[in-house]
Design a protein around this ligand. Structure first.
Ligand code: SF4
Length: 373
Protein backbone atom coordinates (compact mmCIF):
# COMPACT_ATOMS: atom_id res chain seq x y z
CA UNK A 1 0.00 0.00 0.00
CA UNK A 2 2.92 2.32 0.75
CA UNK A 3 4.26 1.68 -2.74
CA UNK A 4 0.85 2.47 -4.22
CA UNK A 5 0.61 5.74 -2.31
CA UNK A 6 3.73 7.03 -4.00
CA UNK A 7 3.61 5.25 -7.36
CA UNK A 8 -0.04 5.07 -8.35
CA UNK A 9 -0.90 6.01 -11.89
CA UNK A 10 -2.71 9.25 -12.48
CA UNK A 11 -5.85 8.17 -14.38
CA UNK A 12 -8.92 10.25 -15.21
CA UNK A 13 -11.31 7.87 -13.45
CA UNK A 14 -9.38 7.88 -10.19
CA UNK A 15 -10.14 10.14 -7.25
CA UNK A 16 -9.43 10.15 -3.55
CA UNK A 17 -11.73 8.21 -1.23
CA UNK A 18 -14.84 6.39 -2.32
CA UNK A 19 -15.87 6.83 -5.88
CA UNK A 20 -19.03 7.10 -7.88
CA UNK A 21 -20.03 3.47 -8.68
CA UNK A 22 -21.15 4.49 -12.16
CA UNK A 23 -17.71 5.95 -12.94
CA UNK A 24 -15.90 2.86 -11.68
CA UNK A 25 -18.30 0.73 -13.72
CA UNK A 26 -17.76 2.65 -16.97
CA UNK A 27 -13.97 2.71 -16.59
CA UNK A 28 -13.76 -1.00 -15.80
CA UNK A 29 -15.95 -1.97 -18.75
CA UNK A 30 -13.88 0.22 -21.08
CA UNK A 31 -10.67 -1.28 -19.74
CA UNK A 32 -11.72 -4.82 -20.59
CA UNK A 33 -9.61 -5.91 -23.57
CA UNK A 34 -8.40 -2.34 -24.10
CA UNK A 35 -5.18 -0.58 -23.12
CA UNK A 36 -5.30 2.15 -20.49
CA UNK A 37 -3.83 4.75 -22.86
CA UNK A 38 -6.57 4.09 -25.43
CA UNK A 39 -9.32 4.31 -22.80
CA UNK A 40 -8.36 7.68 -21.27
CA UNK A 41 -9.81 9.98 -23.92
CA UNK A 42 -12.87 7.76 -24.45
CA UNK A 43 -13.62 7.84 -20.74
CA UNK A 44 -13.34 11.64 -20.52
CA UNK A 45 -15.48 12.08 -23.60
CA UNK A 46 -18.05 9.59 -22.34
CA UNK A 47 -18.44 11.41 -19.04
CA UNK A 48 -19.02 14.67 -20.89
CA UNK A 49 -21.88 13.05 -22.82
CA UNK A 50 -23.25 10.71 -20.16
CA UNK A 51 -22.17 12.06 -16.75
CA UNK A 52 -24.53 9.87 -14.73
CA UNK A 53 -26.84 6.88 -14.86
CA UNK A 54 -30.08 8.75 -15.70
CA UNK A 55 -28.42 10.51 -18.65
CA UNK A 56 -27.06 7.28 -20.08
CA UNK A 57 -30.29 5.38 -19.46
CA UNK A 58 -32.30 7.94 -21.43
CA UNK A 59 -29.78 8.22 -24.29
CA UNK A 60 -30.54 6.79 -27.74
CA UNK A 61 -28.66 3.62 -28.65
CA UNK A 62 -27.20 5.33 -31.72
CA UNK A 63 -25.67 8.06 -29.55
CA UNK A 64 -24.28 5.54 -27.11
CA UNK A 65 -22.67 3.51 -29.88
CA UNK A 66 -21.24 6.63 -31.47
CA UNK A 67 -19.37 7.52 -28.29
CA UNK A 68 -18.03 3.97 -28.14
CA UNK A 69 -17.01 3.92 -31.78
CA UNK A 70 -13.39 2.82 -32.16
CA UNK A 71 -13.12 1.10 -28.77
CA UNK A 72 -14.21 -2.27 -30.18
CA UNK A 73 -16.07 -5.14 -28.53
CA UNK A 74 -19.31 -3.25 -28.99
CA UNK A 75 -21.42 -5.63 -26.95
CA UNK A 76 -19.78 -3.95 -23.92
CA UNK A 77 -21.51 -0.66 -24.76
CA UNK A 78 -24.82 -2.35 -25.51
CA UNK A 79 -24.74 -4.30 -22.26
CA UNK A 80 -23.79 -1.21 -20.27
CA UNK A 81 -26.68 0.70 -21.78
CA UNK A 82 -29.13 -2.13 -21.01
CA UNK A 83 -27.78 -2.49 -17.47
CA UNK A 84 -28.06 1.20 -16.51
CA UNK A 85 -31.67 1.11 -17.70
CA UNK A 86 -32.21 -1.82 -15.40
CA UNK A 87 -30.58 0.07 -12.54
CA UNK A 88 -33.08 2.89 -13.15
CA UNK A 89 -36.08 0.58 -13.37
CA UNK A 90 -35.27 -1.98 -10.70
CA UNK A 91 -32.95 -0.22 -8.25
CA UNK A 92 -34.18 3.37 -8.39
CA UNK A 93 -30.99 4.59 -10.10
CA UNK A 94 -28.59 3.23 -7.46
CA UNK A 95 -26.05 0.59 -8.43
CA UNK A 96 -26.63 -2.46 -6.17
CA UNK A 97 -24.06 -2.84 -3.40
CA UNK A 98 -23.98 -6.63 -3.11
CA UNK A 99 -22.10 -9.07 -5.32
CA UNK A 100 -25.27 -11.00 -5.93
CA UNK A 101 -27.25 -7.94 -7.01
CA UNK A 102 -24.53 -6.38 -9.12
CA UNK A 103 -23.70 -9.63 -10.96
CA UNK A 104 -27.29 -9.80 -12.18
CA UNK A 105 -26.69 -6.72 -14.33
CA UNK A 106 -25.88 -7.39 -17.95
CA UNK A 107 -22.18 -7.38 -18.75
CA UNK A 108 -20.96 -7.36 -15.15
CA UNK A 109 -18.84 -10.32 -14.14
CA UNK A 110 -17.05 -11.23 -10.94
CA UNK A 111 -14.08 -8.96 -11.62
CA UNK A 112 -16.08 -5.81 -12.38
CA UNK A 113 -18.37 -6.51 -9.44
CA UNK A 114 -15.36 -6.74 -7.11
CA UNK A 115 -13.91 -3.51 -8.51
CA UNK A 116 -17.18 -1.56 -8.04
CA UNK A 117 -17.89 -2.97 -4.59
CA UNK A 118 -14.40 -2.28 -3.27
CA UNK A 119 -13.71 1.07 -4.93
CA UNK A 120 -17.14 2.65 -4.68
CA UNK A 121 -18.65 1.00 -1.62
CA UNK A 122 -15.49 0.25 0.37
CA UNK A 123 -16.36 -3.45 0.64
CA UNK A 124 -13.65 -5.99 1.30
CA UNK A 125 -14.07 -7.65 -2.08
CA UNK A 126 -11.41 -8.88 -4.48
CA UNK A 127 -11.11 -8.11 -8.19
CA UNK A 128 -9.00 -10.82 -9.80
CA UNK A 129 -8.11 -10.32 -13.45
CA UNK A 130 -5.22 -11.51 -15.61
CA UNK A 131 -2.84 -9.00 -14.02
CA UNK A 132 -3.60 -10.13 -10.50
CA UNK A 133 -3.35 -13.79 -11.50
CA UNK A 134 0.11 -13.16 -12.94
CA UNK A 135 1.36 -11.19 -9.91
CA UNK A 136 0.12 -13.73 -7.38
CA UNK A 137 1.27 -16.72 -9.42
CA UNK A 138 4.75 -15.22 -9.34
CA UNK A 139 4.75 -14.19 -5.69
CA UNK A 140 3.60 -17.65 -4.58
CA UNK A 141 5.46 -19.51 -7.35
CA UNK A 142 2.36 -21.25 -8.63
CA UNK A 143 3.59 -23.40 -11.47
CA UNK A 144 0.27 -24.81 -12.68
CA UNK A 145 -1.66 -23.54 -15.70
CA UNK A 146 -2.86 -20.03 -14.85
CA UNK A 147 -5.82 -20.42 -17.18
CA UNK A 148 -7.30 -23.31 -15.19
CA UNK A 149 -10.30 -22.78 -12.90
CA UNK A 150 -8.42 -24.51 -10.09
CA UNK A 151 -5.57 -21.98 -10.12
CA UNK A 152 -7.94 -19.05 -10.38
CA UNK A 153 -9.78 -20.30 -7.31
CA UNK A 154 -6.55 -20.84 -5.43
CA UNK A 155 -5.29 -17.34 -6.26
CA UNK A 156 -8.63 -15.70 -5.44
CA UNK A 157 -8.44 -17.26 -1.97
CA UNK A 158 -4.90 -15.92 -1.54
CA UNK A 159 -5.95 -12.42 -2.61
CA UNK A 160 -8.91 -12.53 -0.21
CA UNK A 161 -6.62 -13.46 2.65
CA UNK A 162 -4.31 -10.52 1.84
CA UNK A 163 -7.04 -7.95 1.12
CA UNK A 164 -6.66 -4.71 3.07
CA UNK A 165 -9.52 -4.26 5.52
CA UNK A 166 -9.39 -0.47 5.56
CA UNK A 167 -8.65 0.34 1.94
CA UNK A 168 -9.94 -2.56 -0.16
CA UNK A 169 -10.44 -0.46 -3.27
CA UNK A 170 -6.91 0.93 -3.10
CA UNK A 171 -5.59 -2.58 -2.49
CA UNK A 172 -7.21 -3.83 -5.71
CA UNK A 173 -5.90 -0.83 -7.62
CA UNK A 174 -2.43 -1.30 -6.15
CA UNK A 175 -2.37 -4.83 -7.54
CA UNK A 176 -3.56 -3.57 -10.92
CA UNK A 177 -0.82 -0.94 -10.99
CA UNK A 178 1.85 -3.36 -9.88
CA UNK A 179 0.81 -5.80 -12.62
CA UNK A 180 0.64 -3.06 -15.24
CA UNK A 181 3.88 -1.24 -14.46
CA UNK A 182 6.25 -3.56 -12.53
CA UNK A 183 5.25 -7.21 -12.56
CA UNK A 184 4.57 -6.99 -16.27
CA UNK A 185 4.17 -9.90 -18.71
CA UNK A 186 7.40 -11.27 -20.13
CA UNK A 187 10.24 -9.64 -18.26
CA UNK A 188 9.12 -8.30 -14.88
CA UNK A 189 10.93 -5.31 -13.37
CA UNK A 190 11.92 -7.05 -10.14
CA UNK A 191 14.63 -4.49 -9.42
CA UNK A 192 11.99 -1.86 -8.57
CA UNK A 193 9.38 -4.20 -7.12
CA UNK A 194 8.17 -3.55 -3.56
CA UNK A 195 7.52 -7.28 -3.15
CA UNK A 196 10.90 -8.51 -4.35
CA UNK A 197 11.91 -9.65 -0.87
CA UNK A 198 8.92 -11.94 -0.46
CA UNK A 199 8.50 -13.09 -4.04
CA UNK A 200 9.14 -16.83 -4.29
CA UNK A 201 9.61 -16.86 -8.07
CA UNK A 202 12.21 -14.14 -7.84
CA UNK A 203 14.02 -15.98 -5.07
CA UNK A 204 14.29 -19.07 -7.25
CA UNK A 205 14.96 -17.25 -10.49
CA UNK A 206 11.67 -18.40 -12.01
CA UNK A 207 10.03 -15.02 -12.60
CA UNK A 208 10.38 -15.42 -16.37
CA UNK A 209 8.85 -18.90 -16.43
CA UNK A 210 5.77 -18.05 -14.41
CA UNK A 211 2.90 -17.79 -15.10
CA UNK A 212 2.40 -20.84 -17.21
CA UNK A 213 -0.35 -20.43 -19.77
CA UNK A 214 -1.58 -23.50 -21.57
CA UNK A 215 -4.28 -22.94 -24.08
CA UNK A 216 -5.58 -25.44 -26.54
CA UNK A 217 -7.83 -22.97 -28.24
CA UNK A 218 -6.77 -22.05 -31.75
CA UNK A 219 -8.38 -18.92 -33.08
CA UNK A 220 -9.61 -19.52 -36.64
CA UNK A 221 -8.63 -17.09 -39.40
CA UNK A 222 -11.48 -16.16 -41.75
CA UNK A 223 -10.73 -14.55 -45.13
CA UNK A 224 -13.13 -11.70 -45.89
CA UNK A 225 -13.39 -9.80 -49.19
CA UNK A 226 -14.59 -6.21 -48.87
CA UNK A 227 -15.69 -3.84 -51.64
CA UNK A 228 -15.65 -0.11 -51.16
CA UNK A 229 -18.44 0.42 -53.70
CA UNK A 230 -18.68 3.95 -55.02
CA UNK A 231 -20.51 5.86 -57.71
CA UNK A 232 -18.82 7.78 -60.51
CA UNK A 233 -19.54 11.15 -58.95
CA UNK A 234 -18.41 13.81 -61.36
CA UNK A 235 -17.00 11.15 -63.62
CA UNK A 236 -13.60 10.92 -62.02
CA UNK A 237 -11.80 7.66 -62.72
CA UNK A 238 -9.14 8.31 -60.13
CA UNK A 239 -9.05 5.74 -57.36
CA UNK A 240 -10.56 6.94 -54.08
CA UNK A 241 -8.56 4.44 -52.05
CA UNK A 242 -5.04 4.78 -50.81
CA UNK A 243 -2.94 2.17 -49.10
CA UNK A 244 -2.52 2.72 -45.37
CA UNK A 245 0.93 2.67 -43.91
CA UNK A 246 -0.57 1.65 -40.58
CA UNK A 247 -3.51 -0.56 -41.48
CA UNK A 248 -4.44 -1.18 -37.86
CA UNK A 249 -4.92 2.51 -37.04
CA UNK A 250 -8.40 3.93 -36.63
CA UNK A 251 -8.89 7.29 -38.26
CA UNK A 252 -11.67 9.73 -37.69
CA UNK A 253 -13.03 10.95 -40.95
CA UNK A 254 -13.70 13.35 -42.54
CA UNK A 255 -10.85 15.18 -40.87
CA UNK A 256 -11.66 18.65 -39.60
CA UNK A 257 -11.19 21.28 -42.26
CA UNK A 258 -10.72 18.78 -45.07
CA UNK A 259 -13.14 18.06 -47.85
CA UNK A 260 -13.40 14.91 -49.86
CA UNK A 261 -11.88 14.98 -53.31
CA UNK A 262 -15.26 14.66 -54.99
CA UNK A 263 -18.24 15.35 -52.72
CA UNK A 264 -20.70 13.97 -55.27
CA UNK A 265 -19.37 10.41 -54.91
CA UNK A 266 -21.63 8.10 -52.91
CA UNK A 267 -20.60 4.95 -51.09
CA UNK A 268 -22.64 1.85 -50.45
CA UNK A 269 -23.13 0.82 -46.81
CA UNK A 270 -24.88 -2.16 -45.29
CA UNK A 271 -26.33 -2.53 -41.83
CA UNK A 272 -25.48 -5.79 -40.07
CA UNK A 273 -28.31 -7.91 -38.58
CA UNK A 274 -29.67 -6.85 -35.18
CA UNK A 275 -28.22 -9.93 -33.52
CA UNK A 276 -24.80 -11.55 -33.59
CA UNK A 277 -21.31 -10.23 -34.25
CA UNK A 278 -21.14 -6.39 -34.52
CA UNK A 279 -24.94 -6.35 -34.33
CA UNK A 280 -26.69 -3.41 -35.95
CA UNK A 281 -23.49 -1.68 -37.03
CA UNK A 282 -22.75 -0.44 -40.54
CA UNK A 283 -20.14 -1.84 -42.88
CA UNK A 284 -18.84 -1.80 -46.41
CA UNK A 285 -20.22 -4.69 -48.50
CA UNK A 286 -18.28 -7.85 -47.77
CA UNK A 287 -18.45 -11.61 -47.74
CA UNK A 288 -16.43 -14.47 -46.36
CA UNK A 289 -13.98 -15.82 -48.93
CA UNK A 290 -10.55 -15.27 -50.48
CA UNK A 291 -10.26 -12.36 -52.93
CA UNK A 292 -10.86 -14.57 -56.03
CA UNK A 293 -14.02 -16.39 -54.99
CA UNK A 294 -15.02 -13.54 -52.67
CA UNK A 295 -15.15 -11.03 -55.54
CA UNK A 296 -17.49 -13.21 -57.57
CA UNK A 297 -19.70 -13.96 -54.57
CA UNK A 298 -19.87 -10.30 -53.60
CA UNK A 299 -20.78 -9.21 -57.13
CA UNK A 300 -23.58 -11.78 -57.11
CA UNK A 301 -24.80 -10.65 -53.70
CA UNK A 302 -24.90 -7.01 -54.81
CA UNK A 303 -26.64 -7.90 -58.09
CA UNK A 304 -29.44 -9.37 -55.99
CA UNK A 305 -30.15 -5.93 -54.50
CA UNK A 306 -29.92 -4.30 -57.94
CA UNK A 307 -26.38 -2.93 -57.66
CA UNK A 308 -24.38 -3.90 -60.70
CA UNK A 309 -20.64 -3.68 -60.29
CA UNK A 310 -19.01 -2.18 -63.40
CA UNK A 311 -15.39 -2.35 -62.33
CA UNK A 312 -13.39 -3.85 -59.48
CA UNK A 313 -9.81 -2.99 -58.64
CA UNK A 314 -7.15 -5.45 -57.58
CA UNK A 315 -6.82 -5.80 -53.81
CA UNK A 316 -5.63 -2.45 -52.43
CA UNK A 317 -4.98 -3.42 -48.84
CA UNK A 318 -5.03 -6.32 -46.43
CA UNK A 319 -6.37 -5.54 -42.97
CA UNK A 320 -6.32 -7.92 -40.05
CA UNK A 321 -8.94 -7.58 -37.37
CA UNK A 322 -8.72 -9.72 -34.25
CA UNK A 323 -11.85 -10.72 -32.33
CA UNK A 324 -11.67 -12.86 -29.21
CA UNK A 325 -12.93 -15.93 -31.06
CA UNK A 326 -11.69 -15.41 -34.63
CA UNK A 327 -9.55 -13.27 -36.89
CA UNK A 328 -10.75 -11.55 -40.02
CA UNK A 329 -8.14 -11.31 -42.72
CA UNK A 330 -9.78 -8.68 -44.89
CA UNK A 331 -8.84 -7.91 -48.48
CA UNK A 332 -10.16 -4.52 -49.58
CA UNK A 333 -10.95 -3.68 -53.22
CA UNK A 334 -12.49 -0.61 -54.81
CA UNK A 335 -15.60 -1.15 -56.92
CA UNK A 336 -17.59 1.21 -59.13
CA UNK A 337 -21.35 0.99 -59.67
CA UNK A 338 -24.27 3.13 -60.82
CA UNK A 339 -26.28 4.64 -57.98
CA UNK A 340 -29.60 2.80 -57.68
CA UNK A 341 -32.87 4.45 -56.74
CA UNK A 342 -34.21 1.71 -54.57
CA UNK A 343 -32.40 -0.40 -52.05
CA UNK A 344 -33.57 -2.76 -49.31
CA UNK A 345 -33.81 -0.93 -45.97
CA UNK A 346 -30.52 -2.29 -44.61
CA UNK A 347 -28.57 -0.78 -47.53
CA UNK A 348 -27.79 2.90 -48.17
CA UNK A 349 -25.96 5.10 -50.62
CA UNK A 350 -24.28 7.81 -48.57
CA UNK A 351 -21.94 10.64 -49.32
CA UNK A 352 -18.53 10.77 -47.76
CA UNK A 353 -19.69 13.44 -45.36
CA UNK A 354 -22.66 11.37 -44.25
CA UNK A 355 -20.57 8.32 -43.38
CA UNK A 356 -19.57 10.09 -40.15
CA UNK A 357 -23.20 9.79 -39.00
CA UNK A 358 -23.18 6.01 -39.31
CA UNK A 359 -21.85 3.72 -36.61
CA UNK A 360 -19.28 1.85 -38.62
CA UNK A 361 -18.15 -1.49 -37.21
CA UNK A 362 -14.55 -1.35 -35.95
CA UNK A 363 -12.93 -3.33 -38.81
CA UNK A 364 -14.69 -1.08 -41.35
CA UNK A 365 -13.63 2.05 -39.54
CA UNK A 366 -10.10 1.04 -40.46
CA UNK A 367 -11.16 0.92 -44.12
CA UNK A 368 -12.59 4.40 -43.85
CA UNK A 369 -9.06 5.62 -43.23
CA UNK A 370 -8.15 4.41 -46.72
CA UNK A 371 -10.52 6.78 -48.53
CA UNK A 372 -8.82 9.88 -49.89
CA UNK A 373 -9.76 13.04 -48.09
S1 SF4 B 1 9.71 -9.60 -7.62
FE1 SF4 B 1 9.48 -9.65 -9.80
S2 SF4 B 1 8.26 -11.45 -10.26
FE2 SF4 B 1 8.05 -11.03 -8.08
S3 SF4 B 1 6.23 -9.82 -7.89
FE3 SF4 B 1 7.93 -8.40 -8.06
S4 SF4 B 1 8.11 -7.93 -10.25
FE4 SF4 B 1 6.82 -9.77 -10.02
Amino acid sequence: MAWYDTHKRDLPWRSEGRRDPYKVWVSEIMLQQTRVEAVKSYYTNWMEHFPDIPTLASAKEEDVMRQWQGLGYYSRARNLHTAVREVMETYGGKVPDTREGICKLKGIGEYTAGAILSMAYGKRETAVDGNVLRVFARIYKIEDNILSAKVKKEITALVEARQDALRPGDFNEALMDLGATVCIPGQPRCEVCPLADVCQSKREGKEMEIPLRITNKEVPVEPVTVFVVRTHGNGSTVSVLRKLSEPTGVRQWPMAGQDTADPSICYLLHRRPAKGLLAGMWEFPNCVGEAGSGKAALKGMLAEIGVEIKKVSRPVQQIKHVFSHKIWQMVVCEAVAEETDELPSEWRWVTAEEIADYNLAGPHNKILGMIHQ
